[in-house]
Write a new protein. Structure first.
Length: 262
């Protein structure tokens, strides 16, 4: 569902009703006369819809975590806030960038339109930047030939699967985060799609090596063995970026998570 488009249509309709009432029909009503239903439930909502539309389009957008691909950083059911202007200001609905600002950095958690189906929003961590050579062989990540720092940090209990998974602390750029790697899961990437510029990647039984093309990013989930990400469906074009995730503002099951994440 394209919520941005729906909100835009509601904004246009309510704005038209507000303009019609403000400049035409209000002048024709008798003093003290009750407003008609279309004004009460249509035009009167215009200012509220306008504020919501502007905030959601240019400032911050809510997003709910639908799967466990970002465990242990983000849990299923986390409601997060997404900064909409960090990576540039874009026109709503058509998502065209009109003001250049920052670019994603390694370690950023980003929301983007899923390349095979842009009607869906996905969330992953940026691993590779344009021009990077990203390799994940035998579950060891290297970028431009340099191994990424990783250190064992106990085990993580997955309450959904009732399963303990080795947990590690990884450092991407100047960012540290936790990730999960299952020792018994295979190193190769199964069910790889025929995505654009797949010739930039080489797959084998040990994993893969990819050259990130210009204007694209390579993303992976923190739950490395349970994430459908760039390893499977390819690179994320810059125009697909929605924003940078930075804050957990609610979780119905675990209120203590409110205010977490960064």
């Amino acid at each position: 569902m394209n919520f941005a488009l729906i909100l835009f249509i509601l904004l246009v309709v309510s704005a038209a009703l507000w303009v019609a009432d403000h400049f035409v029909f209000r002048k024709r009503r008798a003093p003290g006369a009750k407003e008609p239903v279309w004004v009460e439930y249509g035009a009167s909502f215009f200012p509220v819809i306008l504020i919501v539309f502007l905030l959601r389009s240019f400032v911050v957008e809510p997003f709910k975590i639908p799967s466990g691909s970002m465990l242990p950083t983000l849990l299923v059911g986390d409601f997060i806030a997404v900064n909409k202007f960090t990576y540039g200001i874009r026109l709503p609905v058509i998502n065209k960038k009109i003001v250049e600002m920052n670019t994603p950095q390694r370690g950023d958690v980003v929301v983007f339109r899923y390349p095979p189906d842009p009607s869906l929003d996905y969330i992953k961590r940026v691993v590779g930047l344009p021009g990077d050579r990203v390799a994940y062989l035998n579950k060891r990540l290297t970028i431009n030939g340099k191994p990424v720092e990783v250190e064992k940090s106990g085990d993580y209990f997955d309450a959904e699967r009732l399963f303990y998974t080795p947990r590690y602390e990884e450092k991407l750029g100047d960012r540290q985060h936790m990730l999960l790697i299952e020792a018994d899961a295979p190193a190769y990437v199964p069910h790889v799609m025929q995505y654009p510029q797949r010739d930039k990647c080489l797959y084998n039984t040990e994993g893969f090596v990819c050259e990130v093309p210009a204007g694209h990013y390579f993303v992976m989930g923190d739950n490395r063995d349970n994430s459908q990400d760039s390893r499977v469906w390819g690179f994320v074009p810059d125009e697909n970026l929605v924003g940078k995730a930075f804050y957990i503002w609610f979780n119905f099951s675990e209120l203590t998570r409110i205010g977490g994440f960064r």
